[in-house]
Design a protein around this ligand. Structure first.
Ligand SMILES: [Fe+2]
Ligand SMILES: [Fe+2]
Length: 284
């Protein structure tokens, strides 16, 4: 077990505070805790445990039901689908550094993708190690970054954000990785993520639109590419490996059409989405 349970309990304010939290709030706190640990490079294998049976139970107690999750909605000051840039779990959001006049994908990674950056770098690194194609590696590198803007239906949002700049195949894999995450594929060693029982409830069944997307992708010529995003989408970390964006510069150069005006200023149909990530403090 890679999670430092006592450190996690301490981060909640001690055992008494932890006991008073409902399971779903604990699940949110655990995700937050582990992302922070990953970002701080403290525990090499910390996030690997999220997909191993029993670990979520061990750290959190029993799984919530969908009804229990539903009952928590009115206890929060935010909605769960809100993007990371727009939310603080610690009281206040940090002041963001200004973006350059013509921001590149790398600028967004360095200055805005602070919550998701490490996770997607890990995924892309794993895909590269597994000898997958450059397009799959790029899809892994981009797949969750839109969660800085919005989390709900992030596969669809993320594909839209990147569609003008990547191949149709890369956008497809990004869009549908969200749906495929809910369906196992033993041929590729992919199992239902344990942490999803905490996030969605033990009795959760994917909505019809997710099921329909899965059925479509299952028989699509790009199923493999999409499935590979989910296979490499583990919260994994190899000890001593700290992937940097620079390792993917050539792949980005070959497969990402960086607009010369900068992302957010090229008048593309998604430019406003990039600007919203660049300047999330604008009141309107
Ligand atoms: Fe995702
Ligand atoms: Fe992911």
């Amino acid at each position: 077990m890679e999670i430092d349970k006592s450190a996690f309990i301490a981060s909640l304010g001690g055992p008494a505070a932890a006991d008073s939290m409902n399971p779903e709030a604990k699940a949110d706190a655990l995700e937050d805790f582990m992302m922070k640990e990953l970002n701080q490079h403290k525990f090499g294998l910390a996030l690997k445990g999220l997909n191993e049976p029993g670990i979520a139970l061990d750290a959190l107690g029993k799984y919530p039901t969908m009804a229990e999750i539903e009952a928590q909605i009115e206890t929060r000051a935010y909605r769960r689908g809100v993007g990371n840039l727009f939310l603080s779990h610690t009281g206040s959001v940090p002041k963001l550094p200004p973006m350059p006049a013509r921001p590149t994908l790398a600028d967004y990674f360095k200055q805005r993708f602070t919550f998701t950056g490490n996770h997607v770098l890990q995924s892309a690194n794993l895909a590269m190690k597994n000898g997958l194609s450059e397009e799959i590696i790029l899809a892994c590198l981009l797949h969750d970054t839109v969660q800085e803007l919005i989390k709900v239906d992030h596969g669809w949002w993320s594909a839209q954000l990147y569609e003008p700049y990547v191949s149709e195949k890369v956008a497809f894999a990004i869009r549908y990785h969200q749906a495929l995450r809910f369906y196992e594929d033993k041929a590729y060693g992919y199992e239902y993520p344990e942490i999803y029982r905490m996030f969605f409830g033990e009795d959760y069944k994917p909505e019809p639109y997710i099921e329909a997307a899965y059925q479509m992708v299952r028989n699509h010529k790009w199923y493999f590419e999409t499935r590979m995003v989910t296979v490499n989408d583990l919260y994994s970390f190899e000890p001593g490996v700290n992937p940097q964006l620079e390792e993917f510069t050539d792949i980005i150069g070959r497969h990402f059409r960086q607009p010369k005006e900068g992302l957010g200023f090229d008048n593309s149909p998604v430019a406003h989405m990039w600007r919203s990530i660049a300047t999330p403090d604008r009141p309107l």
